[in-house]
Design a protein around this ligand. Structure first.
Ligand SMILES: [Zn+2]
Length: 578
């Protein structure tokens, strides 16, 4: 690129950066390879259907129809840090998450009540913002309570989501006052974690970057860059991954790859401690339970890393957690929460707040953030580059690409994933590439274009259909899947996980005593042995009892939030002698 101009085009913004630039660090900065950037779609261009649509709608309704739970007075309590909201002692937290959920619900579901909800919240909270700019008690500047900056960081992001939705300057001015609070307390928090950035404070990064992007506040970006340099491996998984979202935003806006390397370092630490189902502990590196919020952020962070790097491994990780551990974490209410976490057995009862009235669901944060993540991931089902449309998740969905005059009607059996169909409709003839992701969990992907077989490349991660498209064309995809076992954890296996296509299989405590030594039989080639009916069994040590396995995500509509079933996900492996 000898003209030294790199153009980064994102959904709403255009940045022009020299390909080598000198940032505040006074050294040349390695910039992102712009040709790899995948543009996610605006919410309004995606209509989800199928299982993902049902789960997303259930998650959003569980928030927006619960006006008995999220009352106007509860927002006042969140703004003033007074009892009366679920997490009232994390000031601003409910306000910010709620505004961010309204942002995705209005964008992708066209939620007609969003404007009225937002107005009610705004009228309630603005008079309660303290003179220092924060929500919560006046005089909090010197407080060492980490919950205060954390709740306010969600508020900062939510206010900017509301400003993006309304262009009402009250949200922007409120966000600016809040940013001044973060600047004032920065010296107390930017090196508080053993000389590094405290994650409860540090996840204000995404709000600061949004303030720069939407309000043009250069000081907010300078503060974010200063804070981002001190980011490191920190314990609380959810807040650390929220901080990573801010690091990726910083990389996107500045073009500086250093921020991405910090995010990648955190993700690599997470990967070392994940379950075979894609789950994460609430606290790194170990915790007796997971957290819906952390799983939500994990999925979104990986999707954002895919956006900036084009590296398929990030999307593989996002999809893996989405269809397995995250779907398992969702309750029949549509909400998310905390379930027991260990390498062998997941899913059971542990922390239950508010005297157990919501069971293991955590409607104070996880139910809000889970809904938000499902909305965010909808933008990545299909992504774009200048000359290609990439299909990344084969979920039932209607995709509109009005600037091209193209529409994709996608159907299939997601998340079971045996087949999918993409109908491509064009208003006028045109050339582009349709790049279909070849998922790592399939043995083979058979693609037909208008009934004629298409050659699929060996060892590549995309089937690319490059042609002149006109009127309507139908792309049929068949996934040739097989049962397989995966030793886990990868470094020192304690057993094997069992997978059918993308789906992690487990044994439910409703069906069996999970504490017995359950084993799966494999043949000499290491493949699971099926019975004459084609079913996979696990057998306990005495050989007397045999049980079939189900996908761990399958029972989400069972109303057991108060005492959720456990699920064994690791099994012993025995070689079957024929
Ligand atoms: Zn949570």
């Amino acid at each position: 690129m000898n003209k030294a101009i790199a153009v980064l085009i994102f959904s709403n913004f255009l940045f022009v950066l020299p390909s080598k630039t000198i940032l505040a660090e006074n050294r040349p900065v390695d910039l992102l390879p712009t040709e790899k950037i995948q543009r996610p779609l605006p919410f309004s261009q995606v209509r989800l259907g199928g299982e993902l649509g049902v789960r997303y709608t259930a998650a959003v309704c569980n928030v927006l129809t619960r006006t008995d739970r999220y009352t106007p007075s509860s927002f006042a309590a969140s703004a003033a840090a007074q009892p009366g909201a679920l997490w009232w002692d994390w000031p601003g937290d409910q306000i910010g998450r709620w505004l961010s959920v309204l942002h995705i619900a209005e964008g992708s579901l066209g939620c007609p009540s969003a404007a009225a909800y937002r107005q009610t919240v705004a009228d309630t909270i603005f008079p309660l913002q303290s003179k220092d700019g924060n929500f919560g008690l006046a005089g909090s500047l010197k407080s060492d309570d980490a919950r205060i900056p954390s709740g306010n960081a969600f508020a900062l992001r939510g206010l900017l989501d509301a400003y993006a939705d309304t262009h009402d300057s009250r949200y922007l001015e409120s966000a600016r006052r809040l940013a001044r609070y973060f600047e004032a307390i920065a010296p107390d928090w930017e090196k508080r974690q053993n000389g590094n950035l405290h994650e409860f404070y540090g996840h204000c990064l995404d709000g600061l970057v949004a303030l720069y992007e939407q309000g043009g506040d250069a000081g907010a970006l300078d503060l974010a860059k200063r804070l981002g340099k001190n980011a490191t491996r920190t314990q609380h998984t959810h807040h650390s991954l929220s901080l990573c979202r801010g690091l990726i935003d910083l990389a996107r806006v500045t073009g500086n790859k250093d921020y991405l390397e910090k995010a990648e370092d955190y993700l690599s630490w997470c990967r070392e401690n994940q379950t075979v189902s894609g789950g994460l502990p609430e606290e790194m590196p170990r915790s007796p339970q997971d957290e819906g919020c952390a799983l939500a952020d994990w999925i979104v962070v990986n999707a954002m890393m895919f956006q900036l790097t084009g590296d398929e491994r990030y999307f593989d990780d996002a999809e893996h957690t989405l269809v397995n551990h995250f779907f398992m974490n969702q309750f029949h209410t549509g909400g998310f929460g905390h379930r027991t976490f260990s390498q062998e057995i997941i899913g059971g009862k542990n922390w239950q707040g508010w005297d157990g009235q919501f069971g293991s669901e955590n409607p104070g944060c996880c139910s809000l953030w889970g809904a938000w993540a499902l909305g965010q991931i909808s933008r990545y089902i299909v992504t774009e580059t200048d000359d290609a449309i990439s299909v990344n998740i084969f979920s039932t969905a209607e995709i509109a690409l009005p600037e091209r005059g193209v529409r994709l009607a996608m159907t299939g059996d997601f998340p079971r994933m045996t087949k999918a169909r993409v109908r491509v409709e064009c208003e006028k003839p045109q050339s582009f590439k349709l790049a279909l992701r070849i998922p790592p969990w399939t043995r083979a992907m058979i693609v037909k274009l208008d009934g004629k077989p298409v050659e699929t490349p060996k060892g590549d991660r995309r089937v690319v259909l490059s042609r002149s498209w006109q009127d309507a064309a139908v792309v049929d995809v068949e996934f040739v899947n097989e049962l397989r076992v995966i030793p886990w954890p990868a470094k020192e296996p304690k057993g094997v996980g069992v997978f059918d296509g993308p789906l992690c299989l487990g044994l439910s405590s409703n069906a069996a005593n999970l504490d017995l030594a359950w084993a799966v039989f494999v043949n000499y080639a290491g493949r699971p042995v099926l019975d004459p009916q084609g079913r996979l069994h696990v057998t306990e040590a005495s050989g007397k009892a045999a049980k079939t396995l189900d996908p761990i995500n399958a029972q989400w509509l069972t109303p057991d939030a108060k005492d959720p079933a456990r699920r064994r996900i690791l099994f012993q492996k025995r070689t079957f002698v024929e």
